[in-house]
Ligand binder design. Structure first.
Ligand code: 6PG
Length: 244
């Protein structure tokens, strides 16, 4: 697992609670060490319970959120009120429940021109973090096909070596997507994958054993760490040390 960390929680609820503990600790750590935490949020459904839990625990801590910026690791190019919007999910589960200053929330709006949105978001990353943006914390999910963010298997975006944000498409979807690229994810200090459910077990096994056909397996921060926070159902195909 090339130096990454794997934590297995009993079930989805325990995963949400454990991931909230890790996330809160790493936000505090980034603020203590660097004065700020630049956090990129994942979409999909898995992170929702974790976002709700961390909001429950830290909603009364303005000093924590005053030093945090929220960004997204990817977005579907739909309006922010659309049920498919990653922004909508994060606002409902987290951002609307914590005292995070509006100016420190950076949605990835791309309903118009995905390519222009990608360029604009990359400009924002460089404006916030300098010429070589290094996010403190990136939350990611894992698709059953091994995708992460909007980096899909076989996507030409996987070959991107310089751009930090790119337009993407998931076959069969009516809308485009915009995603952080492998260079952007690879520059992060910490990547937290949240994976839940038996349906993800085959992809998780392939990802943590380094099957590079899976985009998730190619997220390997050069000067950072990957932590896999998973529940037992997702881990059911892993050969864990100490298991008989
Ligand atoms: C998205 C996400 C995507 C997601 C995985 C897992 O926009 O869809 O960025 O990468 O994390 O598809 O989704 P679930 O958590 O819903 O299983």
């Amino acid at each position: 697992m090339n130096g990454s960390v794997l934590r297995v929680y009993d079930d989805a609820r325990a995963l949400a609670e454990g991931a909230a503990t890790v996330l809160a600790a790493r936000i505090r750590e980034a603020i203590a060490e660097r004065g700020w935490c630049f956090l990129a949020l994942a979409g999909g459904s898995t992170p929702r319970a974790t976002y709700e839990e961390i909001a429950r625990r830290t909603g009364g801590e303005p000093e924590l959120w005053a030093r945090t910026h929220a960004l997204w690791s990817d977005e579907r190019c739909v309006p922010p009120w659309d049920l498919r919007s990653n922004e909508r999910m994060a606002r409902e589960a987290l951002i609307g429940r914590v005292p995070l200053p509006r100016a420190q929330v950076h949605p990835l709006r791309c309903e118009g021109d995905p390519e222009a949105a990608a360029r604009g978001y990359e400009d924002l990353l460089r404006e916030l973090l300098g010429v070589a943006p290094r996010l403190d914390l990136v939350v990611l999910g894992l698709g059953e096909d091994g995708h992460t963010a909007s980096l899909l298997p076989g996507s030409p975006v996987l070959g991107e070596t310089t751009r930090l944000v790119a337009a993407a498409r998931r076959p069969g979807e009516p809308h485009a997507r915009v995603t952080l690229t492998l260079p952007a994810l690879g520059a992060a200090a910490l990547v937290l994958f949240l994976v839940s459910g038996e349906a993800k077990a085959p992809a998780l096994r392939r990802a943590v054993t380094g099957d590079r056909d899976l985009p998730a397996a190619r997220v390997q921060p050069s000067h950072g760490q990957v932590s896999w926070l998973v529940d037992a159902a997702a881990a059911s195909l892993l050969e864990l040390e100490g298991e008989s």
